[in-house]
Design a binder for this molecule. Structure first.
Ligand SMILES: C[S@@+](CC[C@H](N)C(=O)[O-])C[C@H]1O[C@@H](n2cnc3c(N)ncnc32)[C@H](O)[C@@H]1O
Length: 254
């Protein structure tokens, strides 16, 4: 055996061990924030892998307001119902009321106004975004459901509408899951569902992938902003492809 063969054999035998050792050693020196960044990077890779498996382009728009404009362009009737989960000071809710001027549109904001019920990430702990009360929005088409989603949603019946638009901006996995469980039986072809924070793979991205994997929603991505940080889905007739599933599972349901 030549010394070259020997080196090759040594490198091969060490390969499964050494990278892991390097990672563990590096991890000893990383802060919570750095670990979150690494998880975010992995989430980005997963998302790109999933998008590639869809085998059609999902356009990337500059920001969430461009995505909202895209959603507004998809409104087909005169009575849309816009539900926002996570209102805070009402910035995005105001954008919608200012740009959808249809008199029969309705806008409902859901929020505890007590802030996040759990820690989200190092810079957004439990209680972040607490403002105590709904924002002042002088528009008779707007109303609020104040409280925790798991208390306000059971039994809540949406007012009459011809198209549902849902903005999920509540950051946490648990809150997003709760919204999606309520939402699933209310979905119809044409329903628009927007996710605000898919960059964190342990929270909204996880809730979204589980939702798609459960097969409850024929949701297809129509556009994203900031490279998948925000994403808009529309309910169609076909079952969605599932992040992490082999490419052969994509395509219409039988
Ligand atoms: C990031 S803020 C919303 C930002 C807002 N859409 C905007 O663009 O300005 C997230 C909000 O979700 C609310 N929230 C998160 N989980 C909740 C839950 N389970 N029940 C009620 N409110 C919740 C928090 O109170 C917080 O106001």
């Amino acid at each position: 055996m030549t010394s070259r063969d020997l080196l090759r054999r040594l490198a091969k035998s060490l390969a499964p061990v050494q990278p892991r050792r390097a990672l563990v050693m590096a991890g000893r020196h990383l802060s919570d924030r750095a670990i979150t960044r690494v998880a975010t990077a992995l989430g980005g890779l997963e998302q790109g892998h999933w998008l590639a498996g869809l085998r059609r382009e999902t356009p990337n728009l500059p920001d969430r307001f461009a995505l909202f404009d895209e959603a507004m362009g998809r409104l087909t009737g005169s009575r849309p119902l816009y539900l926002e989960f996570g209102v805070y000071r009402g910035r995005t809710l105001r954008y919608w009321t200012a740009h959808v001027r249809l008199p029969d549109a309705r806008f409902v904001g859901f929020d505890s106004f007590e802030g996040l019920p759990e820690d989200w990430q190092p810079d957004a702990q439990r209680g972040s975004f607490a403002v105590g009360e709904p924002p002042q929005i002088d528009d008779p088409r707007v109303s609020f459901e104040v409280g925790w989603f798991d208390k306000t949603l059971p039994g809540w019946q949406p007012p009459q509408h011809d198209q549902l638009v849902v903005n999920i901006d509540c950051d946490l996995y648990s809150s997003t899951r709760c919204v999606l469980e309520w939402l699933t039986p209310h979905l119809e072809p044409g329903t628009l569902v927007y996710f605000d924070d898919l960059f964190n793979r342990d929270h909204q991205w996880r809730a979204l992938t589980e939702w798609l994997a459960d097969g409850g929603a024929a949701a297809q991505p129509v556009a994203m902003a900031r490279w998948g940080h925000h994403m808009l889905f529309q309910i169609g007739q076909d079952r969605p492809s599932v992040p992490g599933a082999p490419a052969t599972s994509t395509g219409p349901s039988s």
